[in-house]
Design a protein around this ligand. Structure first.
Ligand SMILES: C[S@@+](CC[C@H](N)C(=O)[O-])C[C@H]1O[C@@H](n2cnc3c(N)ncnc32)[C@H](O)[C@@H]1O
Length: 273
């Protein structure tokens, strides 16, 4: 099947080091597509020049560059990821820029930082993959000072809509594969407010934002559609024939300009008591 490189379906986000080159290209592609939403999430941190901020699950470090621009040369950005390869990519890209960023390998579920060490902390599109997202949110709150701010931006795969002529059995099976098998916590977006409340965060804001793409090959690349379709067939949820007919119809819709794929991502931010 034709598609944009890189293909999301090849990636294991719990072990990015197995294919770091594809992961890096994928993160670049998506960062470019949703730059405005990422910037909006970061704006919820209320960063000022001279501030200190932690990003966990930073991937190849693109958003850390924005954080560095906001806190300026007197500020401090620490950006962490479980993947040593992602951290190497981030360091390589930013080395010559002279930014106040330190990239470090760390598990967001057990952060190696002191209580209240940062003014703010951020996570994006990582809680969906981590074994214990509630623990990560508690860790973010722990390392931010009282009055500081924490923000999370995560997708809700349950809200994925494919404009293919009805929410039929094949589309539901594809979505089920994304939610139940491909992602550890496919419905994490809608869980964020609850996670923030139970972790003790205050003054919580909730912004669900829909994003869409109209090209099937691009949607396949960033959402891993064909891989989840194959997965749904392998699980026995739909027949190979039904999946093939559905995919052919979807391709025809896309070629005629009548296709879109959309999903809601949720930005939740709050203040540390
Ligand atoms: C989909 S990527 C998102 C990267 C980045 N936040 C962005 O928006 O471009 C998920 C990232 O979370 C990282 N990750 C997965 N589990 C982690 C953990 N337990 N602690 C820290 N990072 C983790 C992966 O290595 C990967 O870089």
């Amino acid at each position: 099947m034709d598609g944009y490189e890189p293909d999301e379906s090849r990636l294991d986000w719990r072990n990015v080091d197995s294919d770091p080159a594809t992961a890096g290209r994928y993160l670049d592609l998506v960062a470019n597509l949703i730059d405005e939403i990422r910037a909006r999430a970061t704006s919820r941190l209320g960063l000022e020049p001279g501030g200190s901020v932690l990003e966990v699950g930073c991937g190849n470090g693109l958003e850390a560059e924005r954080l560095a621009a906001l806190v300026g040369s007197a500020g401090r950005v620490v950006a962490t990821d479980l993947s040593g390869e992602m951290i190497l990519q981030a360091q390589a890209r930013t080395r010559s820029l002279g930014l106040p960023i330190r990239f470090e390998v760390a598990d967001a579920q057990a952060l190696p930082y002191r209580d209240g060490e940062f003014d703010a902390a951020r996570v994006e599109r990582m809680l969906q993959h981590v074994p214990d997202p509630a623990l990560v949110v508690r860790e973010l709150i722990r390392v931010v000072r009282p009055g500081g701010r924490v923000c999370a931006f995560e997708p809700d795969w349950e809200t994925m809509v494919l404009a293919t002529g009805g929410d039929n059995e094949v589309q539901r099976a594809l979505r089920r594969h994304k939610v139940d098998i491909r992602t550890a916590h496919g419905g994490i977006g809608r869980e964020l407010p609850h996670l923030f409340v139970t972790a003790g965060c205050q003054d919580i804001s909730v912004e669900p934002i829909a994003h869409s793409v109209r090209d099937l090959a691009l949607a396949d690349s960033i959402l891993g559609l064909s891989a989840s379709l194959e997965g749904a067939v392998a699980e026995g949820w739909v027949s190979e024939e039904a999946a093939r007919v559905w995919w052919d119809q979807t391709q025809a819709r896309s070629a005629a300009g009548g296709f879109f794929a959309s999903m809601i991502g949720v930005i939740v931010a709050g203040r540390v008591p």
